[in-house]
Ligand binder design. Structure first.
Ligand SMILES: C[S@@+](CC[C@H](N)C(=O)[O-])C[C@H]1O[C@@H](n2cnc3c(N)ncnc32)[C@H](O)[C@@H]1O
Length: 293
């Protein structure tokens, strides 16, 4: 279905960007895009909504399971917003976009994985990672972000959905982050110290850590993460809805905010540095996913 948006209005430099990257500008005329949700698999099965219950709560039959993404649904919203339904109020579903879910899925998570999420805030992907690792294994998630206020949101999400049991968060620069994976999960050993000699360690105090991970000695320098997600700062979040808001706000602002060549150069360098550091912190044979728009 199309809305009367005239793609000729898009600024010239943005149209050139689309052309250079082989993106059809017609996508900006698409309306009624579905929204996506994931069930909070930390809850017992009996408390998770079924497809039928979601259809009832959204008052539409336009709710579908997304193929190959477990516990993931698309919703064509009608009268009810996501935040209106009881499953959301009971923290039994998260709102998360499809591209984020695909990035997490690409990590191929297993229950004992030590995961590093560089640029983790506000935390939709981190919650999904934690959800997939589940409660049974030795897997942990270490989230890093430069922005304290965004990390605070991340911590709130972890608490709200009760998925933070095996998570720690660090406020810091992902381009230089070197804290090794935790060596213990409460009283369970994840990996022994890499050196029998006493190591001198400069500990980085987490912004927040679950009770099970709070007192990690950080002596395992030389041990690395099984999975690394680098969800770097973007030139733009790519959201069609966000771009179209500039129709109202003025395309000049869009050009100034997003297409400025110095800004793009700086971000590109940051993205490269984050990717390099993520790679450095990855175990040989591990998996790194670089997600960006
Ligand atoms: C695309 S957002 C991350 C979204 C997040 N992964 C999620 O799923 O909610 C990019 C994040 O990178 C953070 N950031 C920017 N520069 C950074 C740096 N040098 N080190 C760590 N985080 C950085 C920003 O504060 C922002 O929260």
């Amino acid at each position: 279905m199309s809305i009367p948006f005239n793609i000729d209005q898009l600024p010239t430099c943005f149209k050139k960007f689309l052309e250079d990257n082989d993106i059809d500008p017609e996508i900006y005329t698409v309306a009624d895009l579905p929204r996506y949700i994931r069930t909070n698999t930390h809850l017992p099965l009996s408390q998770r909504p079924t497809l039928q219950q979601l259809r009832e709560q959204f008052e539409t039959d336009q709710v579908f399971s997304v193929p190959e993404l477990a516990d993931f649904f698309s919703v064509q919203l009608g009268q009810k917003r996501i935040s209106d339904i009881s499953a959301y109020k009971e923290h039994a579903i998260f709102g998360i976009d499809l591209s984020s879910a695909i990035a997490v899925e690409a990590l191929g998570l297993e229950k004992d994985d030590q995961v590093l999420d560089l640029c983790c805030a506000p935390g939709a992907k981190l919650c999904m990672i934690s959800n997939i690792l589940g409660r049974d294994g030795l897997g942990t998630v270490t989230g890093v972000d430069l922005a304290a206020h965004r990390l605070a949101t991340c911590r709130s999400l972890l608490k709200k959905y009760k998925v933070g049991e095996k998570v720690r968060l660090f406020e810091g620069d992902g381009t230089t982050f070197e804290v090794p994976p935790p060596s213990r999960l409460g009283n369970k050993v994840i990996e022994g110290s890499s050196s029998s000699k006493r190591q001198k360690v400069i500990q980085s105090k987490p912004f927040w850590a679950s009770r099970l991970l709070r007192f990690d000695s950080q002596v395992n320098s030389g041990s690395f993460y099984d999975k690394v997600l680098v969800d770097a700062e973007c030139t733009h979040d790519g959201s069609i809805a966000h771009i179209l808001k500039y129709e109202k706000w003025g395309w000049n602002t869009f050009e100034k905010n997003f297409m400025d060549s110095n800004r793009i150069l700086n971000i590109t360098q940051l993205q490269r540095d984050l990717m390099k550091q993520g790679w450095k912190m990855l175990k040989p044979g591990g998996t790194m996913v670089y997600s960006n728009y």
